[in-house]
Design a protein around this ligand. Structure first.
Ligand code: CMC
Length: 446
């Protein structure tokens, strides 16, 4: 398919052309399928009439060639290593914006003016506390529970608390649910952390900005003052911006699929958290650290590189490769610089794990195996190191990712609900199990 810059209008993608599929399936007649263009990115073949016209489905495990929806939120050009939120390059947002402004942009499509920004910040901040009864949920978990297990449970449980923002047909209630989720996720993630280390929960402080408040809830204790380090707060804000949305990835697609049945937004978000947890997705930043700890010394790097290349060994170099970026991950470039700033600030630049990480990066960027397959370091490679330097235990890394991605999930969920062409998601399959057969009673079975 050709790349096109044809303008998409307010009415959605434009039909550019058709392709003809000759003698497909039960239909001896050729079938014409429309070719649609978005604003940027590859054209798509609209196959919605394929089954009706031919009696055949398409087969695309992992959706590597399938667009599941129309979206105006985020665009990735994996070959160029480009990421745009509502058209704005991630580098510019990382440089000049802050997380709440990015949230507004993702939700509403435009950057806010000063008045809108102040109001949005105020409205979101108003929702930072969780219902006091939510505390009791935490007490039901084991102290050694994985924070993501706690997050799936507690965020899902919000459905039981906020009935006044669960009517998905009502735009106002959808907005309140979005603000609640963005505001409460740091509170819940921090509570999961505090619970795991046996410290009291720290209530949110609405005089702090989003990232500062998150760090405060994680690291303050009631018995002494806590001053948020501005460099760490800025780094946290950056991590949140860089992870805020990433088009139709596994967790976002999960939120959309769950939401396509009309499910409650808090429950859909819990589904997104479950999907994010996996090591091939958001769990990768935790897996990177685990791998670096396992490598442990510089001398063992070649052994792990060899393992990553060995077809008979399931081991993969965590933090390398991406389904979409087949060039450098633009978020990784930004994160690499911040990583050094944070390590300088904390005076841990000689951190042995960072040294191993940088050596791994160097080898992988030169090694034929990685170069041939375009396996570059991804954002999780560096974010794991930054979070560790901040004092965040690796088990909490993916929960931080979930805090950031919540706005993306909820923006994509809202977009889907408002899309008149949205239907309940229902993929097809090629069935390869037994054909119809008759039941055999137990005494007749061999
Ligand atoms: N280490 C070693 N080999 C790899 C790696 C890796 N990290 N990633 C891919 N390969 C190889 C793979 O074995 C295959 O080789 P061959 O062609 O010889 O069979 C080739 O590269 C293509 O791999 P693939 O599995 O077809 O690629 P994919 O697009 O399906 O997988 C991925 C993408 C991210 C799941 C994978 O690269 C991976 O497992 N990376 C490590 C986990 C990781 O860092 N995940 C975070 C992704 S970024 C966060 C996010 O956006 O959620």
């Amino acid at each position: 398919m050709t790349q096109t810059d044809a303008a998409a209008t307010a009415n959605g993608p434009q039909q550019k052309d058709t392709v003809t599929l000759a003698e497909a399936g039960s239909n001896a007649e050729p079938i014409e399928l429309p070719v649609l263009s978005g604003t940027i990115g590859p054209d798509v073949i609209d196959i919605r009439t394929l089954y009706g016209g031919t009696g055949m489905f398409t087969y695309d495990p992992g959706y590597t060639s399938t667009a599941s929806c129309e979206s105006r939120i985020t665009f990735i050009d994996g070959d160029k290593g480009e990421l745009l939120y509502r058209g704005y390059p991630i580098e510019q947002l990382a440089e000049s914006s802050d997380f709440l402004e990015v949230c507004y942009l993702l939700l509403y499509g435009e950057l806010p003016n000063a008045e809108q920004s102040a109001k949005f910040s105020n409205d979101v901040t108003y929702h930072t506390m969780v219902h006091e009864q939510v505390n009791l949920f935490f007490r039901g978990f084991r102290r050694d529970a994985h924070p993501m297990a706690v997050m799936v449970g507690v965020v899902g449980a919000l459905s039981a608390f906020y009935h006044d923002s669960s009517d998905i047909e009502d735009p106002y209630q959808r907005m309140v649910a979005s603000y609640r989720l963005i505001a409460k996720m740091p509170t819940i993630a921090a509570m999961a952390f505090k619970f795991s280390i046996g410290q009291p929960f720290i209530y949110p402080r609405n005089d702090l900005n989003y990232a500062e408040n998150f760090l405060h809830m994680m690291f303050a204790v009631p018995c002494e003052p806590y001053r948020v380090n501005p460099i760490l707060a800025k780094a946290m804000d950056l991590i949140l911006i860089l992870h805020a949305d990433h088009e139709q990835n596994a967790s976002t697609s999960t939120v959309r699929l769950a939401g396509s049945s009309g499910a409650n937004p808090f429950a859909c978000t819990a589904a997104g958290i479950a999907s994010l947890w996996g090591p091939a997705h958001g769990g990768a930043n935790e897996a990177v650290l685990k791998m670096l700890e396992e490598i442990d010394s510089h001398d063992r790097i070649p052994e792990f590189i060899d393992r990553a290349k060995d077809k008979d060994d399931p081991f993969r170099l965590m933090g390398f490769g991406h389904r979409v970026y087949k060039n450098y991950d633009p978020r990784a470039k930004i994160m690499r610089e911040t990583c050094h700033e944070v390590l300088d600030e904390l005076g841990v630049h000689d951190e042995p794990l960072l040294k191993i990480a940088l050596e791994l990066e160097k080898i992988a960027l030169q090694d034929e195996y990685f170069v041939e397959r375009n396996l570059y370091p991804n954002v999780d490679f560096y974010s794991g190191i930054i979070l560790r330097a901040m004092g965040i235990p690796r088990r909490l890394f993916t929960a931080v990712f979930a805090v950031a991605r919540t706005v993306g999930w909820i923006a994509q969920w809202s977009e889907m609900i408002e899309d008149p062409s949205q239907k309940i998601g229902r993929p097809r399959q090629i069935y390869t199990g037994p054909a119809r057969r008759d039941f055999v009673s137990i005494d007749q079975r061999s």
